[in-house]
Design a protein around this ligand. Structure first.
Ligand SMILES: CCCCC/C=C/C(=O)SCCNC(=O)CCNC(=O)[C@H](O)C(C)(C)COP(=O)(O)OP(=O)(O)OC[C@H]1O[C@@H](n2cnc3c(N)ncnc32)[C@H](O)[C@@H]1OP(=O)(O)O
Length: 396
């Protein structure tokens, strides 16, 4: 159990849920299986309640929601409690699942619950043991890898199983890595991703980690983090190169306008679906994109969420050069190693000459975009999009 499922399970386990779904561990135990029942007795139901705690494999959030809904329906009948607020993601998802059962009779819900647990127990028998939550590395611990070699500092996003989605910890770690790279003796700095994706943008589970100050505080601190993060790219003094090894989404695309070079595999795509997510552009893209590709192409991307292929992004000036995927890594690194041997001070000064006139403007734009986004994060449009993704109802 990892990532979104892990975080949701931790939330579930934090006391938000007063039902047998508070599954924290999945010890390897021989399960007593009860076969599908035409009628489920109270004893069958109680057995199922115990079995669900012993599942070896996390059944995933969608199934957990089903179990929750059936349990509530079986024990309390149809949902008639008030609907939680739209910002209360977890409880709203649970309420939606329960409410969707309508007037399903208690007995049918009980039988469905027993059947579902029975099928999960059967498949759980053949599954591998998962690592207990307490023993797992926390997100962020190895999600960013920084190496320095041949005059190049490389910052690699390293959450391939999550498509390199950016956790809050990763934003902080990238800021620190850029600050260190700006002072080290490398000539060039590279940002890239490990695995099949470059980056799937902001990790949407970041939204579920609500501090004691509530969602307003969450939005406020998110906006501060966003502003600090983007400021680092605006101010970065050395040539900054994106090695885009696969699809890129959201903020990983918008900040490309602040890079000096963008090399992409022909497998890469560039997607900024902000309207779909109830959000608005960041990373200074409201300024850099119209400047790079003209206002109407920028609007297609930033307002209508048009996804560009690598070649389209190159034609429009967002990408410097596209390489065949089969030779991408080899060709790009040969090129970068050659560039890194150029006199570093000359490169730094030339970058300043090219970029410095824009800096003040970019900082102002970053501040404005962050403020606008803070408001957007509190909107129903955004909250609904996040809930849909987290409850696996929507994907880009
Ligand atoms: C503080 C600064 C804030 C800055 C504001 C930034 C805004 C943005 O970046 S907006 C863009 C946000 N990103 C998304 O909306 C992408 C959401 N992800 C997807 O739609 C899809 O996952 C996909 C299209 C990127 C890939 O689809 P697919 O190839 O089918 O792979 P999976 O969906 O199965 O993904 C594998 C695994 O990774 C998890 N995951 C992927 N992206 C994210 C994400 N952005 N946030 C959280 N989790 C993500 C996905 O949930 C899967 O997890 P498991 O189900 O646990 O295996």
């Amino acid at each position: 159990m990892a990532g979104v499922a892990g975080r949701l399970a931790r939330l579930w386990c934090s006391g938000a849920l007063s039902s047998p779904l508070q599954v924290t561990r999945f010890p390897a135990l021989q399960l007593h299986l009860c076969g599908p029942a035409m009628r489920a007795s109270q004893k069958d139901f109680e057995n199922a309640l115990n079995q669900v705690k012993l599942l070896k494999k996390d059944p995933g959030n969608e199934v957990k929601l089903k179990l929750y809904a059936l349990y509530k329906q079986a024990t309390e009948g149809p949902c008639n409690v008030p609907k939680p607020g739209v910002l209360d993601f977890i409880n709203k998802a649970k309420w939606d699942a329960w409410n969707a059962l309508g007037s399903l009779p208690k007995e049918t819900a009980r039988r469905n619950y027993v059947d579902l647990v029975s099928s999960l127990s059967a498949s759980s028998e053949s599954s591998i043991q998962v690592t207990p939550a307490a023993d797992r590395k926390q997100p962020g611990s190895d999600a960013l890898v920084v190496t320095s070699q041949d005059g190049i500092t490389t910052i690699t996003l390293n959450r391939p199983d999550k498509k390199n989605a950016l956790t809050t910890q990763m934003y902080h770690d990238i800021i620190l890595a850029l600050e260190a790279a700006s002072k080290d003796d490398s000539a060039i700095t590279v940002l890239t991703g490990n695995g099949d994706y470059y980056c799937s943008g902001n990790d949407l589970t970041n939204f579920t980690d609500i501090p004691p100050g509530g969602v307003e505080e969450k939005a406020r601190s998110g906006a501060v983090l966003l502003r600090d993060f983007v400021d680092c790219f605006i101010d970065f003094p050395k040539p900054l190169v994106a090695v885009v090894n696969g699809p890129a989404v959201g903020i990983s695309v918008t900040i490309l306008g602040l890079f000096d070079i963008v090399y992409a595999t022909d497998r890469a795509t560039f997607h900024t679906p902000f309207s779909h997510l109830g959000q608005s552009p960041e990373g200074c893209s409201s300024y850099t994109f119209p400047k790079i590709m003209g206002p109407s192409k920028a609007t297609e991307m930033l307002v209508f969420g048009k996804k560009l292929t690598a070649r389209e992004a190159c034609t429009q000036g967002l990408v410097t050069e596209v390489f065949p995927d089969s030779t991408f890594q080899k060709e790009v690194w040969v090129r970068l190693k050659a560039y890194s041997k150029l006199p570093p001070n000359a490169m730094r000064i030339s970058k300043q000459v090219i970029r410095n006139t824009e800096k003040e403007k970019l900082h102002a734009i970053n501040a404005e975009e962050s403020n606008v986004l803070r408001e957007r994060w509190l909107s129903d449009e955004c909250m609904n999009a996040v809930v849909s993704f987290l409850s696996k109802k929507a994907k880009l």
